[in-house]
Design a protein around this ligand. Structure first.
Ligand code: CTP
Length: 467
């Protein structure tokens, strides 16, 4: 189990700590992951001496060329070696948090250092000194908690969480990642302290949220965030999907539960974080478009359009990337009803072609999302729908092979139109280009240069242009 301690750097630290007469320990996530048999590249070293000093001496002993990054204000230093990251710090009395911007922390004992860590499972230390090499120091029974699959703060939760309120998100993230339960008092602590999340930067919050999104079953973490009261603080649009309204005995489905189901379905099939985000946001426009009609019941007309328009604001606020990831999520939210619409109707080639054209390279992701969106308590209904959906997939394949519309490039360029009709760049060029595209999508002409050229001549004539 402790084979990882044979690591050459850890051995070096051990020798140097002994030679310097200071105590050194591996601590935190790396120790936790030894017991959980998870891989971890980050090794945290805590010493009852000077962390920077130990880092520099170790690095020098490994290779004089090894660069050490020193953060003097925080009394920490780190270096990378063989794909691992070694971070050194002196034991401290104050809260231990990587991102804490508090300089001048007071030196403390190992126990004091362990006290101020986030969870019992993250407070274990293994000694590196020769006399008690690999001895486990576990003052809060973190090992027992690991066996019992429990997340618990070492001290009173109110104290641990006020040291760094991000830890409330971390509690949920670890529970979700490891399939652990948050112990009752700790969970109650989160519920009481939830408002304090407001002092944490959105970048740190979303980092934890995305880790939850990348777990095997993301709904587990999101439900916990909801129960803790954190979700409505950090992501109110998602909370608003909750609940069922009933009028005249007619209800609609709970869009929150449905969304979580779709998210889990997507997560089963794909590791793409942004496709998972698409699942999370696909129905985000529903609360704003909800209407009740005496004749048809509940409707959410246009929720895909409203939803896709909400995405940029959500991304901006949550400090998610405002680049092509945003565009991708927006596009898939907008298109998420299109494939399913093809199930009901007599699927025309033209509708399939237009879908391929609009989704382009993201068609496979869109199909995956759409399939994941088929949720119902009625298993027969789901089965029939999935079968019909398979037909759409087949149709898509045939049309794709025939028409090569994915990543479509116009067979006739604007320049060719200008040259052919000896005209200046003008609105006619745009009209002809659009007409060619529409003719291809409608199947009037094939997606090739010859047919498009002939069509262009005809269209030009209509517009009074001479060759
Ligand atoms: N820690 C803490 N409070 C925080 C962040 C970190 O007490 N808000 C302590 C914990 O002891 C943790 C260690 O610092 O184990 C290292 O933190 P970090 O590298 O962020 O997390 P890991 O626990 O290693 O887990 P992961 O790598 O999955 O983020």
């Amino acid at each position: 189990m402790y084979d990882v301690l044979n690591d050459s750097v850890l051995q070096k630290i051990s020798e140097i700590a002994d030679a310097e007469g200071v105590q050194a320990f591996v601590i935190g996530g790396f120790v936790r992951d030894i017991f959980l048999r998870r891989h971890n590249n980050d090794i945290d070293i805590v010493t009852l001496g000077n962390g920077i000093d130990l880092a520099e001496k170790t690095a020098h002993a490994i290779s004089p060329k090894l660069t050490v990054s020193v953060f003097k204000n925080f009394g920490t230093a780190m270096f990378r070696y063989n794909g691992m990251e070694y971070e050194f710090v002196g034991a401290r009395k104050e809260s231990y948090s990587h991102d804490s911007r508090k300089p001048h922390v007071e030196a403390g004992t190992l126990e004091e250092d362990q006290n101020r860590r986030d969870f019992t499972i993250n407070a274990l230390a293994l000694s590196l000194n020769k006399e008690n090499f690999a001895e486990l120091l576990d003052p809060f029974n973190g090992l027992q908690d690991m066996n019992d699959k429990i997340i618990r703060t070492p001290l009173d939760p109110a104290l641990t969480f006020s040291d760094d309120p991000l830890r409330m998100m971390r509690a949920v993230r670890f529970a979700a990642q490891l399939d652990f339960t948050i112990e009752e008092k700790t969970f109650e602590g989160i519920r009481q302290m939830k408002e304090r999340i407001s002092i944490v930067s959105m970048e740190r919050i979303i980092d934890e949220f995305n880790k939850i999104m990348m777990t095997e079953k993301p709904s587990r973490g999101i439900v916990l965030l909801d129960k803790a009261g954190l979700l409505e603080l950090i992501f109110p649009e998602l909370s608003k999907l909750k609940g069922v309204e009933v009028i005249n005995g007619c209800g609609h489905k709970d869009n929150f539960l449905h969304t979580l189901q779709v998210l889990d379905n997507v997560a089963e099939k794909s590791d793409n974080l942004w496709l998972r985000w698409t699942a999370l946001l696909h129905d985000i426009g529903k609360p704003r478009t909800k209407k009740f009609s005496e004749t048809i019941g509940w409707t959410f007309y246009g929720h895909e359009i409203v939803g896709s328009r909400m995405v940029p604001d959500i991304f901006r606020r949550l400090k998610l990337p405002m680049n092509e990831k945003l565009k991708y999520v927006q596009k898939l939210v907008l298109l998420h009803l299109r494939p399913i619409a093809l199930v009901d109707e007599e699927v025309s080639d033209s509708a399939v072609r237009r879908l391929l054209f609009d989704a382009s390279d993201d068609i496979d992701d869109l199909m995956l999302l759409c399939e994941a969106d088929i949720t119902s308590k009625n298993e027969i209904k789901v089965k029939t729908f999935l079968q019909n959906f398979q037909l759409v997939r087949e149709k898509l394949k045939i049309v794709e092979e025939k028409d090569a519309l994915r990543n479509w490039q116009p067979p006739i360029t604007g320049e060719e139109i200008i040259e052919t009709f000896h005209i200046q760049p003008s609105k006619e060029v745009g009209i002809i280009k659009l007409a060619i595209r529409e003719a291809i999508l409608d199947g009037v002409i094939g997606n090739n240069h010859d047919e498009a050229f002939a069509f262009m001549l005809e269209k030009g004539k209509e517009l009074g242009l001479a060759k």
